[in-house]
Design a protein around this ligand. Structure first.
Ligand code: FAD
Length: 480
């Protein structure tokens, strides 16, 4: 980690007169954190990280003034939405300014199929604003109620909705981004088409997102269902088959093996009989009857159905998506603090066999959690297995074993883009960084390729967000 240099904070404060600033050490420390502590290695490495100043601009003009001043004084800037990211993404490794963008929170324009919002708008607030037009966002993280849309794009990957729409990596799931460069005179760039991928999942290392334009889809009061099975294999096969039912409109299909639900989903415990391996599903009401028939045919036991428990009871429980994605890990951690997790991809078409194989090897050390998604047009699943942490060496050995048998790991125990494994940096990405942040002042320490120009791009590793120099993975299918 870089040594914290002596920044000219007095000069910075003078230049930022009129903009909300915070230099109370406790508050700065709080705003310099995200959910990095899910990972024991990251907790060990990043615990002392703190900004030297938190700046909370209220307008685009104020953001521009902050970037201009920090560029002139060579002070690093780390953007922050709501700070719900994992991997220490929003943590200022070199100190300097944390740029809190939560006050840029307006929903600006809603029309058929699209919404334009400021970066700091909370995702649930965007959906609420879209409701009156009968529309909602295609996908959101399970941190829907707290995360910002700009933070999701710069730090997230997908989530609730990915079973139908894929992820942020898919062309078309982000329509456009308006960003500000980090230069002597910051410029506004409008990115559309494939260009949005330069900034998506780049941890704010190559421009500050000011506004986003996202596609919308018809809104539903999604039915929330928990289906139980006696055998884990049946639960996983049912979830895979449900994912493949193109005409049953759904937003979530997650599988969690017993005894995780029974031990960790405390608020839903009365619906979770011992031994039941569960599938969490969110189904559009128009598909409710079709879903019931499909589930009955598979012999699934409906343990919970949001339309059948009474309105008061349904309201008193957390939404099912807050048992899924990385919320599963959060609920487990609250009960068993030594738990951590991995993020894996079970490649199509061998996903179910690979799940069975790896979990047979690790047993109770690594309880199963799968999230089914549409990936390059096929239904497959990500793994977010829980891991009972013992040592960092053991964690590395578990990761190595996954990779050895063809299960890519997007390592949540690394804070750099490349080692995290979701984002492939390449010559195009690097050229864009040179253009948008020539002095390397945005979120320094997160892009290895910037700090080590001889970094080998061609590692042969699988990345979720493919590099831009090569053709996107999704377009490679079916071509000679
Ligand atoms: P932050 O954490 O504030 O920032 C994330 C990254 O974006 C940082 O690198 C930051 O520097 C950068 N950034 C923020 N704003 C800007 C901007 N305006 N311009 C440039 N860069 C910016 N992620 C998923 O993808 N799917 C999930 O289902 C999911 N579930 C989660 C569940 C839990 C319990 C937790 C703790 C995390 C989960 N995450 C998930 C990760 C995280 O919540 C999401 O990525 C979230 O959308 C981040 O939004 P945020 O506003 O909190 O961003």
């Amino acid at each position: 980690m870089a040594e914290n240099p002596a920044y000219d904070l007095a000069a910075l404060k003078a230049r930022l007169d009129g903009i909300a600033l915070e230099d109370n050490p406790a508050l700065m420390r709080q705003k310099s954190r995200d959910f990095y502590w899910y990972s024991p290695p990251l907790k060990r490495q990043l615990d002392e990280v703190s900004a030297d100043l938190v700046v909370s601009p209220a307008s685009e003009e104020e953001v521009r003034r902050v970037l201009e001043a920090c560029f002139a004084l060579a002070i690093p800037v780390t953007p922050r939405g709501a700070g719900t990211g994992n991997y220490g993404q929003a943590m200022p490794l070199a100190g300097g300014v944390v740029l809190d963008l939560s006050r840029l929170d307006k929903v600006l324009e809603i029309s058929t199929g699209r919404v334009r919002a400021q970066t700091g708008a909370i995702i649930a607030d965007i959906d609420n604003a879209c409701r009156s037009s009968g529309q909602e966002l295609r996908l959101h993280p399970s941190t829907y109620r707290s995360a910002s849309i700009g933070g999701f794009i710069a730090g997230g990957s997908g989530g609730v909705g990915s079973i139908t729409w894929g992820g942020l990596r898919d062309l078309g799931n982000i329509i456009g981004l308006r960003i500000l460069t980090m230069e002597a005179s910051p410029r506004i760039l409008q990115l559309t088409g494939e260009d949005v991928q330069k900034v998506a999942h780049a941890y704010g290392t190559n421009g500050i997102i000011l506004e986003v334009e996202m596609p919308l889809t018809p809104a539903f009061d999604w039915i929330q269902v928990i289906v139980g099975f006696d055998s884990f294999g049946e639960a996983a096969a049912y979830a895979n088959a449900l994912g493949e039912q193109d005409a049953i409109l759904k937003k979530l299909v997650s599988v969690i093996a017993a005894p995780v639900p029974q031990r960790f989903f405390l608020r839903h415990r009365r619906y979770l009989p011992e031994g039941q391996h569960i599938v969490l599903a969110m189904i559009a009401p128009i598909a409710g009857a079709a879903f019931d028939s499909f589930t009955a045919r598979w012999g699934g036991r409906v343990l919970f159905h949001s339309d059948r428990v009474g309105t008061e009871e349904a309201k008193s429980l957390p939404p099912l998506y807050e048992l899924a994605w990385n919320h599963t890990t959060l609920r487990a951690l609250r009960v068993e603090p030594s738990i951590t997790y991995l993020q894996t991809l079970y490649p199509f078409p061998n996903q179910l066999a690979l799940v069975e194989r790896i979990h047979a090897e690790f047993g109770d050390e690594m309880p199963v959690h799968l999230e089914f998604v549409r990936f390059d047009g096929k239904i497959t699943c990500f793994g977010l297995p829980l891991v009972r942490f013992t040592t960092e060496e053991r964690l590395e050995a578990i990761i190595a074993r996954h990779e050895a048998i063809g299960i890519p790991v997007f390592n949540p125990h690394r804070y750099t883009l490349e080692e995290g494994g979701m984002k492939q940096t390449d010559a195009v990405q690097l050229a864009f960084k040179r253009e948008a942040d020539p002095n390397g002042l945005l979120n320094p320490g997160k892009m290895i390729a910037w700090e080590h120009p001889d970094f080998a791009f061609e590692s042969g590793k699988t990345y979720l967000f493919a590099g831009l120099a090569a053709r996107p993975q999704a377009l490679d299918h079916g071509t000679a």
